[in-house]
Design a binder for this molecule. Structure first.
Ligand SMILES: Cc1cc2nc3c(=O)[nH]c(=O)nc-3n(C[C@H](O)[C@H](O)[C@H](O)COP(=O)(O)O)c2cc1C
Length: 183
């Protein structure tokens, strides 16, 4: 797999269709991964993303403390890891090890990227309003990278790459159209 840098002005194309993502974070030497269904682009210029994270999540503490996070877009084959990171807390064990994922160095943030994912957006938190029972971490994208062979020139996914979409509970839909059940 060969990742190439992506113009951060184009990051909205990576999550426009609402895939379930893995957000990675690190604070004071502790790294973690959280599965998120709630992630969306909020601005093209500057390029910005928002993720909604409940205060009870261990990741909330790490993102709040470091002011950084990275959004990693997993392929459908990573469903077991997506489920692992969405059903266990990093308070108890390292999820990179537990989910069999590999940490990779980021360009602009201190948190690790997830090598097995095919797209990465590094973000610096610029606002964090509390909305109801979640905190919306609004991040400006400082770098982005994609697996070159996963996309065509318009950032459309090409075969055999597919995103995962959460239908609720343990049910997911692959962008191939296949219904999947986790766990
Ligand atoms: C498919 C899926 C989507 C999820 N989406 C979110 C989300 O958008 N926001 C959130 O706060 N938690 C979400 N969760 C729950 C967290 O991923 C889960 O509570 C996780 O164990 C928290 O880990 P942590 O304590 O290490 O941060 C989701 C879980 C799953 C399985």
């Amino acid at each position: 797999m060969a990742k190439e840098l992506l113009d951060v002005a184009r990051i909205a194309r990576l999550v426009n269709h609402g895939p379930t993502v893995l957000a990675s974070c690190r604070h004071e030497g502790v790294r973690n991964i959280i599965t998120l269904a709630w992630c969306m682009p909020v601005s093209i210029d500057p390029p910005m993303l928002a993720i909604s994270v409940a205060p009870a999540r261990f990741s909330h503490h790490l993102i709040e403390g470091s002011g950084q996070f990275a959004v990693n877009v997993p392929g459908a084959e990573l469903l077991p890891a997506v489920w692992h990171c969405g059903t266990r807390s990093g308070r108890d064990a390292d999820k990179f090890e537990g989910a069999g994922l590999t940490a990779a160095g980021a360009e602009t943030v201190g948190c690790p990227l997830i090598r097995e994912c095919f797209a990465h957006i590094e973000c610096s938190v610029v606002d964090s309003p509390e909305e109801g029972d979640h905190t919306v971490f609004v991040g400006v994208a400082t770098s982005a990278s994609v697996e070159a062979e996963a996309f065509d020139g318009h950032l459309r996914l090409v075969e055999p790459y597919h995103t995962l979409h959460h239908l609720g509970g343990s049910r997911f839909l692959s962008s191939s159209g296949e219904l999947l059940t986790a766990g």
